[in-house]
Design a protein around this ligand. Structure first.
Ligand code: ZN
Length: 251
């Protein structure tokens, strides 16, 4: 780290748990943030501010006026522009040191697999089950830590599926693909703006801890937030031995 970096990251370096070594790990790590919306905005902002790079920001959408109530990476002047371009500019304003790679597509298949394989940590900040399951499968296959978040109405949830560990549950263990779960979209159901900030920020915190190798992550725990009552619940997660996605890997 040069003198400017020592200053920029000094409040991290002061933390005995991180120090120069932990900050150096953060600086040399790469993150894949899937979705530059309500969750991806705060997650990417904190990761970039902390120096994580390359930071790959993937999203196929353009900024819409209805996004601005919560997607704090984007400003009014960006309406109509690709979210990844607006996002790259927003992140560069905070930390021009960080290399941001914009990927203007809803990631799937080979492109997803390639980016997952190349990243130190993956943050699922998407808003649909198809993407969530595809991201999970790629993380299982490439044994990568997945930080998963979701928020709709006043309800949020966040967990870590650390798929470097054979005993860790995966997203599919918890939410089977053929399950009865109804997809609740913010566009129909609405979402409380700061809730996306809270969940996305927890995702950033877990990602930084994973990258620096400090503390205890949310592996094996699902945190569920009722923002209306402002109450967190912790649900213990176990691997489903019959999970068709992650049990095959260990069999
Ligand atoms: Zn599984």
């Amino acid at each position: 780290m040069n003198d400017e970096q020592l200053l920029r990251y000094s409040r991290h370096i002061l933390l005995p748990e991180l120090g120069v070594e932990g900050q150096q790990k953060i600086l040399s790590a790469s993150a894949l943030v899937i979705g530059a919306g309500g969750l991806g905005s705060p997650a990417a902002l904190y990761l970039a501010a902390a120096g994580v790079g390359p930071l790959v920001l993937a999203d196929g959408d353009d900024v819409d006026l209805t996004n601005l109530q919560r997607q704090i990476l984007h400003a009014t002047g960006s309406v109509g522009r690709p979210k990844v371009d607006s996002g790259r500019e927003g992140l560069a304003r905070i930390n021009p040191e960080v290399k941001v790679v914009p990927v203007r597509q809803r990631l799937a298949d080979d492109a997803l697999a390639e980016l997952v394989a190349a990243s130190s940590v993956i943050l699922d900040c998407s808003d649909n089950f198809a993407t969530r399951h595809a991201v999970n499968r790629a993380c299982v296959r490439h044994r990568k830590p997945l930080v998963s978040g979701a928020a709709v109405r006043f309800d949020g949830q966040v967990s870590v599926f650390d798929l470097r560990d054979e005993l860790s549950p995966c997203y599919h263990c918890l939410f089977p693909e053929d399950g009865e779960l109804e997809e609740l979209r913010c566009s129909i159901m609405g979402v409380f703006a700061p809730l996306t900030g809270i969940i996305g920020t927890v995702q950033a915190a877990e990602a930084l801890k994973l990258l620096a190798g400090v503390g205890e992550t949310l592996k094996g725990r699902l945190m569920v937030l009722d923002a209306l009552a402002m109450q967190w619940r912790t649900i213990k997660l176990a691997k489903d031995p019959a999970c068709p996605v992650c049990s095959r890997v260990t069999a």
